[in-house]
Design a protein around this ligand. Structure first.
Ligand code: PPS
Length: 171
């Protein structure tokens, strides 16, 4: 056993096979990634909301409140839903007025306003109030179809249950 017997033992045939396999696996990964991208699975970021001019401003009220009906009798129950409308921008208005409401709106030349107010905390611009079984849910769902309307998912019960938590909680 001397130094003369030592020789590096490279198995070039095995290396070739391994590199072919790794290239093949990389190709599979790339093809899979492209497939998922093409079928829409890469859309993880929230999309900006496009303000459509023809559908603008139908929900907005001056005092921001909509009263649907009044409760009758003792124990009558109010249903309250909260609506938030996206900026009412008419092309030139968006930068100033929307900005003063803490929202970001960018107006483009073809009258499409891109507004991105994710993460902002604002009070609602309209509140749906109605008795139990008065059909408030149906009204909310119809309004929610409008692309400029954002509404809370469930009834927030701020006025009857969580009023003590204050306006910061409500916002
Ligand atoms: N347009 C119209 N016409 C007649 N009835 C209607 C309408 N829209 C909603 N509804 C009925 O209203 C009931 C639901 O009301 P609410 O959304 O206020 O329900 S809840 O109190 O919040 O649970 C619910 O009634 P029930 O199915 O008897 O529960 C709905 O069917």
């Amino acid at each position: 056993m001397g130094w003369g017997n030592w020789r590096p033992r490279f198995n070039f045939g095995q290396l070739k096979v391994q590199s072919k396999v790794s290239v093949f696996l990389t190709m599979i990964l790339i093809v899979t990634y492209l497939f998922y991208c093409l079928t829409g699975y890469c859309e993880s970021l929230p999309r900006p909301l496009y303000d459509q001019q023809s559908l603008r401003g139908k929900v907005h009220t001056d005092d921001g409140t909509v009263h649907l009906s009044q409760p009758h009798g003792p124990g009558a129950h109010w249903n309250v839903s909260v609506l938030r409308e996206l900026p009412l921008s008419s092309g030139h208005e968006s930068e100033t007025a929307a900005g003063s409401r803490g929202q970001t709106a960018v107006s483009s030349s073809d009258n499409i306003t891109v507004s991105n107010n994710f993460g902002t905390k604002e009070f609602p611009q309209a509140i749906i109030i109605g008795v139990k079984k008065g059909g408030t849910r149906a009204l909310l769902e119809f309004l929610r179809i409008h692309p400029d309307v954002r509404a809370v998912g469930a009834e927030p019960h701020f006025f009857d249950r969580f009023y003590d938590k204050g306006l910061e909680w409500y916002r």
